[in-house]
Structures are given as structure tokens and as C-alpha cells.
Ligand binder design. Structure first.
Ligand SMILES: Cc1ncc(COP(=O)(O)O)c(C=O)c1O
Length: 450
């Protein structure tokens, strides 16, 4: 029977959950192993049954085990596909975990957007396969959009994707091989974490401060590991909301050109800013694949994004996009092009920003007594937790009170490095009233009143 060695300095239920993780890392437990029945483990460790129940529950929430009542508890760690994303099944809970764009009132926009589909006659595009993954007609609007973000787009380096996650995935598929190290910020998006796990890539988190990723550390780690690829989110960083400072951008661009490391610049949030900072792609066009999409600022369901890449590697990326999705929907690509040209995309961004400001201001007001980072145009706020809270423990505690939040542990490339914080996304909950209630509940938990 598996008997864990418990760290005496930790609450016992936590120590058991951590022992599961450690024993998987050490090879004492393997995916699919059955853990002892709770009663047996409690007896073996001379504990209350409730402590073991709590430990198994935490292990389940951390994705370390599968638990099905009556069927036993099985180790799940090492399951590369674990995606710490909300299931969306729990309609009752107030969702602060999904980083969705700020809501628009569909009644105002759906009719016009659907009429555009007929007006622009994009239905024809349903009948085609596009040999090169993107129709020529869609390249100039893409270049126009990219230039608006400060990217000096070269037409022969532009590719269409099915959103930014597809863009990042295609870049990794084209540029990295299983087993390789890939650098990223120490806290990063769950999408990148899952993508790297599934691809067998070793993500290495680079420390950050208020000016974004530390370049000295990046240079050192890149040199030590020999990493050939980094995936970064330099603007409105998910989750810390920092922008990589202009000086650091210059240094990073120079290092990339010198060392040959390819930077995947994931700027899915840049369209939210009126004037985004100068992208790395403008500073080192031959060392950067710039990735963006319409998801966070315009329409997530459009599922269209762009890559601006060095033309020399465009064909490799095109193959990766073919492998992952063959081509983004030509009909939706055509709509995106129209909306770029007729100003609809920009108009929708302005509406979302106005809706967003209301929500950000609300969060600032309700959580004013706490350590909150926020940006006028962000989709979330970043709440540093006071001692002795841990992010994952807060998430468990909040879930029992009808709130879903994203703890720093689920956003950590390697480890959260002691950072105890929550990403509170403000766009997913449709009702402003419920959002306010949820924020109030978080405030009360932090004040020890709930
Ligand atoms: C940094 C980052 N990149 C990409 C994505 C996914 O974007 P898309 O919906 O366009 O695939 C997200 C979504 O949360 C993100 O935070």
C-alpha cells in the first residue's frame, strides 16, 4: 500500500496532496495507480478520515487524481492533457476564471453582423478549399490590421490561423521538437502550458518584475539550456498585466538577433490598447513570429488570427497550420477582412472597451482594500493574496462559496515561485449584478468575514 512521507511543516491534507505530486515526479507513483482507500490510509497514518478525504479532494482539484465515487482514486498526474480551464458546467458559480472578452450586448450587434454575412456574400467561400491556407484577398486586410498594431507586415510572411492559440501551436509545431526546452514568462497562459505538455516540450519560466520578463535571466537561461524558441506575451501580459518595458524590448530583440533564438510574440491582447507598445516584431523582424487574433477584443467566435513571420520560415508555418486545421474557415476569414476594411472590427473594440471600463472600475472599487493590479483595458485584475493564503487554497475555498477563480499555481510555467495570487477575469459573468456580488464575496473572504 502507498504510504506517503508527510512534510510535518504543512497542514496534513496539503502534505498528502503534495506527496502524491512528489511521488509521481520521483516515479513512486505512476499514472493509473490506485491510491489506498481513504479509510485504510487514515488508519495507516493515524489520522481522522476527514483529513484524508480533504487531501484526496484537494488532489482532485489540483488535477493529480481522478476521483469517481465508489470506484476508487487513481493517479492522474503526468497526464499531459490536464487543462486547468473551467468546465463551464457549473452555471451556478460566478465565473472569474475564464478570460473571455468584455461582454457586448448581442441584441445590438448580432443582427448587423449576420446581415453582413449576406451583404458581403461570403457564403460562397464555404465551397472552397484554399490551397495556401489563405486567399490572396485576405492578405492585404491582414497586413492593414497588423500595421495598426505596429507590425511592419511583409505580405509573404503573413499567415491566417484559427485564433491565437492555433497560431502559437503552429509556431511550436514548426519550430520545436518534443523534449526541447521552450522559454516563457514564469506565469503564463493555461493554453500555452497545456499545449507544451501535450507536445512534450519543457516549458521553462523566466522570472518577471513590474517591467515584465527579466532580460538578464532570459539571456542566462537561454544560454544554459540552448533553447531555440521562446513564447512570450509582452503586452497586457496574462496574468500579471505588465507590459515589457521599451528598454527590455530593445535588449531582447538584440539578444534574439545575436543568439538565433526565435521568439513567438503572442500579442492576443494588444488590440485592446489604443496604441500598443512597439512590438518585438518591429525591432527584430527576422527573429520574431508575431501572433494575434480577434478573440479578445473583437469576437472570440470568429476564430480568425494572424501570424506575421520571417518570410523564410513562412512555408514551415503554413505546413504546421495545414496539419493542425488545414485552413482557417475561408468564410470567416473573409468576414474578418471585411470587418477590418469597413471599420466594424475597430467599432466593436471601442464598445468592448467601454463595457470593460465599467467592470474594471467596479473591481477597483470593491477590492480597494487589497493588493490589486489592474489596467484600464485589461480583461482581468490580478490580486496578490495576503499571507497565509495560497492561490490554490483560495480557489478551493472560493469554489465552495460559488466562485470560480484562477490561482497562480494554474498559471505557472514551472512553479509559481512562491507567488500567491488570483487572476480574476471580469468578462465571463454576463450579469454585472452577479459580478458585483462575487467581487464582494472575494472582499469578504479576504477580510476574514466569510
Ligand atoms: C496569451 C494568450 N494567447 C492566446 C490565447 C487564446 O486566444 P484565441 O482565443 O485567439 O485562440 C489566450 C486566451 O486566453 C491567451 O491568454
Amino acid at each position: 500500500m502507498w504510504i506517503p512521507e508527510l512534510d510535518p511543516g504543512r497542514p496534513v491534507y496539503r502534505a498528502i496532496a503534495e506527496a502524491i505530486a512528489q511521488d509521481v515526479a520521483r516515479g513512486r507513483l505512476a499514472t493509473g495507480d490506485k491510491l489506498p482507500p481513504q479509510r485504510d490510509l487514515a488508519r495507516a497514518l493515524s489520522l481522522n478520515l476527514s483529513s484524508v478525504t480533504k487531501a484526496y479532494k484537494l488532489a482532485f482539484e489540483l488535477g493529480l487524481v481522478n476521483g469517481e465515487t465508489g470506484r476508487g482514486t487513481y493517479v492522474r498526474a503526468g497526464d499531459a492533457a490536464r487543462i486547468p480551464w473551467p468546465s463551464g458546467e457549473n452555471q451556478v458559480s460566478i465565473d472569474f476564471a475564464s478570460n473571455f472578452p468584455m461582454p457586448l450586448d448581442p441584441s445590438e450587434d448580432v443582427v448587423q453582423l449576420c446581415q453582413d454575412m449576406a451583404r458581403y456574400d461570403v457564403g460562397e467561400r464555404l465551397f472552397e478549399y484554399v490551397a495556401r491556407g489563405a486567399a490572396n484577398d485576405d492578405i492585404s486586410p491582414a497586413a492593414l490590421w497588423l500595421e495598426g498594431l505596429g507590425v511592419p507586415a511583409r505580405h509573404d510572411g503573413i499567415l491566417l490561423t484559427s485564433g491565437a492559440i492555433n497560431g502559437v501551436f503552429a509556431c511550436l509545431l514548426a519550430l520545436a521538437k518534443a523534449g526541447e526546452s521552450v522559454l516563457c514568462e514564469e506565469l503564463t497562459s493555461p493554453g500555452l502550458i497545456s499545449c507544451a505538455r501535450m507536445m512534450g516540450l519543457k516549458l521553462i519560466g523566466v522570472p518577471m518584475d513590474r517591467d515584465g520578463m527579466k532580460i538578464d535571466a532570459f539571456e542566462r537561461i537561454a544560454t544554459e539550456t540552448g533553447a531555440r524558441v521562446a513564447v512570450l506575451n509582452p503586452t497586457l501580459h496574462n496574468p500579471t498585466l505588465t507590459d515589457l518595458s521599451p528598454e527590455r524590448r530593445e535588449r531582447l530583440a538584440a539578444f534574439a538577433l545575436r543568439s538565433g533564438i526565435m521568439i513567438v510574440e503572442d500579442e492576443v491582447y494588444a488590440p485592446l490598447l489604443g496604441v500598443p507598445p512597439k512590438p518585438l516584431a518591429a525591432l527584430a523582424p527576422d527573429a520574431v513570429c508575431y501572433v494575434t487574433s480577434f478573440s479578445k477584443a473583437v469576437l472570440p467566435g470568429l476564430r480568425i488570427g494572424y501570424i506575421s513571420a520571417p518570410p523564410l520560415i513562412a512555408e514551415r508555418l503554413r505546413n504546421a497550420i495545414r496539419v493542425s486545421t488545414w485552413m482557417p474557415s475561408p468564410m470567416l476569414a473573409s468576414l474578418a477582412s471585411r470587418w477590418v476594411k469597413d471599420g466594424t472590427a475597430t467599432r466593436l473594440i471601442a464598445k468592448r472597451r467601454a463595457a470593460g471600463r465599467e467592470r474594471i472600475d467596479l473591481a477597483r472599487r470593491v477590492l480597494r482594500r487589497h493588493a490589486l493590479a489592474s489596467r484600464d483595458d485589461g480583461l482581468h485584475v490580478w490580486l496578490s493574496l495576503p499571507q497565509p493564503w495560497r492561490g490554490d487554497e483560495f480557489a478551493t475555498y472560493a469554489r465552495e462559496r460559488g466562485l470560480t477563480v484562477m490561482p497562480s499555481q494554474d498559471l505557472a510555467a514551472t512553479t509559481a515561485g512562491g507567488i500567491q495570487a488570483l487572476r480574476l477575469s471580469l468578462g465571463a459573468e454576463p450579469s454585472l449584478e452577479r459580478l458585483k456580488q462575487g467581487l464582494g464575496r472575494i472582499d469578504r473572504i479576504l477580510l476574514g468575514r466569510d
